[in-house]
Design a protein around this ligand. Sequence first.
Ligand code: IZC
Ligand code: ZN
Length: 408
Amino acid sequence: MDLLIKNIGVIATAEGTDKKCGKEQSDISLLTNMCIGIKDDEIVFVGQEDNSIVASNVIDAKGQLVTAGLVDAHTHMVFGGYRQNELGQKLNGVPYLDILRNGGGILSSVKSTREATEDELYEKALKIANKMILYGTTTVEAKSGYGLNVEDELKQLKVAKRLQQNAIIDVVSTAMPAHAVPNEYKDDKQAYIELIINEILPKIKEQNLATYCDIFCETAVFNVEESKYILEKARELGFLLKMHADEIDPIGGAELAGELGLVSGEHLIQASDSGIKKMADSGVIGVCLPATSFYLDKPFARARDMIKEGMAVAVASDFNPGSSPNFNLQLAMMLSAHKYKLTPKEALMAVTLNSASAIGVADKVGTIEVGKKADIIIWNAIDLDFLFYRYGDNLVDTVIKNGVVLDR
Ligand code: IZC
Ligand code: ZN
């Protein structure tokens, strides 16, 4: 054994390699008197503390809480620049979609991302990735969608791939050329849609740069019919599907997510009862983003109703330079308890096994079990409740990633 974590107060973990739906959302065990053994990058032992276990290295968890590394299933972390110049408009009540309609918002990120070189984007994203992991996020999803043409969508996804290859954090990529209609196509949206399905997505697939395809189904962006058309084409190309559904306006995105049986519907702030029912019936994971509701001053998604209907709920940061300029998943997790009214166990499930499932890595991470990757957090907390009580600070004590103890 290479590494032994001993003197653990409590291990809070789910079990298994798939999402937990409905009542199972709270299936988190609280294990005491246990230690964790690691060989290479894998968990090889979870069992009673025993002085006869020998390992090359030992970490003393000092009686604190231990969980699996957090999985952030929804971010737009590769971008050219922040949008603090839009803060004044936002504080004066200009709606998010109006800023976009006026050529700002996502389109201002498109401008800065197109202007940046691949190396510049990589350096910025690497800094973010290396901070994120210190907040306990050991796997993160990264979407494109600030390129909106062949060259710049590929550039963004190549950055995500370089992060996956070189950064300590693991990165899962999602193609999102249907994030907005770029200025050069503003009078011919259909032509941009054809570019997406005939050129951008096929090139991304050819170069194996993304597993998932996502789309912003929203008023003044892509309507339900257009979203359906693009998603069906993306599915034919071999992408697994996600959708930003009913984030701002209730336009039937959740219903479409259910009808198409997507892997996940994301945001879902305005999802209707029938949309929630349809998603539950077809096993769609609800990826909910409470830090975005906070930042846009919008209602909070009805995650409780989703669980009641039998859905699996995941919670993510939505880190992006517009609607959620925060990559601390601990904050989203804490908000999910206070605003969605998830219990601490349900919320932990939402940022570990269910979020891992939403990005296809639940076979490798999301729980502390033999055979899973050794992505483990020792917290500055003696129990799970503390993570939802004491907020605004980074509560991570130690991050173990791929079996390696990270040095701050
Ligand atoms: O850059 O504003 N909602 N896309 C859809 C976003 C938020 C990210 C952004
Ligand atoms: Zn998003």
